[in-house]
Design a binder for this molecule. Structure first.
Ligand code: IPM
Ligand code: MG
Length: 366
């Protein structure tokens, strides 16, 4: 049995609360299965700023470099909102971390268990079988990282800001490969989402995806959709998608929409993978809930820990090759929430429990 060597970066607000619960679940399965856990906890985000003067302390980066995976909580919040934008936790910690390890492939499973369909804003009769789709988001390119990125005062006194959307063919090809792998493991159906009627980067995106799939995966049924239409189709009929692939910003927006359609952002886990291998020869990755730090509910003990716990499952699957253990955790989450134990975000009028009780129910199903 391998030793699981990973870095734990809980971050801010609800980050540490849900991380504690995720580690409790992991300790439980480790004991059941005889796995050795070797993790160290480090500051990131606002906690990094407060304790080290830097959102991404050098010691945190070093710990991550020495680990086989990163289990990430969430960063940012009102406490640091007055800092210059480029020093704020999201931009100064999470984005550089993704870039440092070239974590270009973000996999976000959109899963709504049929028994939980009343938690979706979509009418239950439209999604009798629940929802089961996957968002593949490009994570290290596009508007998030393109240069120039600046705000300047013009000679006439007006102020101008610029963000730049850049994509290289090679960046599009490698995320297409990730999407093909995901589609091959499912229904062999892939939808690529862009704005090729307006954006130059999208024209290259569409051409590259089309050629790459034709050459490397002709068995995949490929379709294309403009992002505005995709936003509409996701709420109209989410299961028409199986795997969709899109650039960074579109993926950020569509994955929140997908999470909402699937019941709650509190259920959305994510894996960010790169080209790098860890010491086990498996994918080095960062695993995080896709929701934020939820400052409004922090400290109240009511945050949904499921997305963080499901991110542990993704870490076990991708970075440690423990598919069975990952599936056990996913099943335990499913059993717990579908047997009526729900946090407020998925309770909708039904009784709700807190973070700890939700985790206890998950552990009871392991
Ligand atoms: C996400 C988040 C981040 C993003 C923020 C916190 C920078 O919204 O992972 O979806 O925009 O990528
Ligand atoms: Mg987001």
């Amino acid at each position: 049995m391998p030793t699981l060597k990973f870095a734990v970066l809980p971050g801010d607000y609800i980050g540490p609360e849900v991380m504690t619960e995720a580690l409790r679940v992991l300790a439980h399965v480790a004991q059941q299965e005889g796995l050795t856990l070797d993790y160290k906890i480090a500051d990131v985000g606002g906690a990094g700023i407060d304790n080290h003067g830097k959102a991404l302390p050098d010691s945190t980066v070093k710990l991550c470099e020495e680990s086989d995976a990163i289990l990430f909580g969430s960063v940012g919040g009102p406490k640091w909102e007055k800092l210059p934008p480029k020093d704020q936790p999201e931009r100064a910690a999470l984005l550089p971390l993704r870039k440092h390890f070239t974590l270009f492939a973000n996999i976000r499973p959109g899963l709504l268990y049929p028994e939980l369909s009343d938690a979706s804003p979509i009418k239950t009769e439209r999604i009798p079988q629940g929802i089961d789709i996957v968002c593949i988001r490009e994570l290290t390119g596009g508007l998030y990282f393109g240069l120039p990125k600046a705000t300047t005062t013009l000679p006439d006194g007006d102020i101008q800001s610029v963000d730049t959307m850049v994509y290289r063919k090679s960046e599009i090809e490698r995320i297409t490969k990730t999407a093909i792998d995901a589609a091959r493991a499912r229904k062999k159906k892939l939808c690529s989402i862009d704005k090729a009627n307006v954006l130059e980067t999208s024209v290259l995106w569409r051409k590259t995806v089309t050629e790459y799939v034709a050459k490397n995966a002709p068995e995949i049924e490929l379709s294309h959709m403009y992002v505005d239409n995709a936003a509409m189709q996701l709420v109209r009929s989410p299961n028409q998608f199986d795997v969709f692939v899109t650039e960074n910003m579109f993926g950020d927006i569509l994955s929140d929409e997908m999470a909402c359609v699937c019941g709650s952002l509190g259920m959305l886990s994510s894996a960010s993978l790169g080209t790098g291998k860890n010491s086990l020869g498996l994918s080095f990755g960062l695993f995080e809930p896709a929701g934020g730090t939820a400052p409004d509910i922090a400290g109240k003990g009511i945050a949904n820990p499921c997305a963080q716990i499901l991110s542990v499952a993704l870490m076990l699957r991708y970075s440690f090759g423990l598919e069975k253990t990952a599936a056990r955790i996913e099943n335990a989450v499913r059993k717990a929430v579908t047997s009526g134990t729900r946090t407020g975000d998925i309770a909708f009028g039904k009784p709700s429990v807190g973070t700890v009780a939700m985790t206890d129910a998950i552990i009871a199903n392991l």
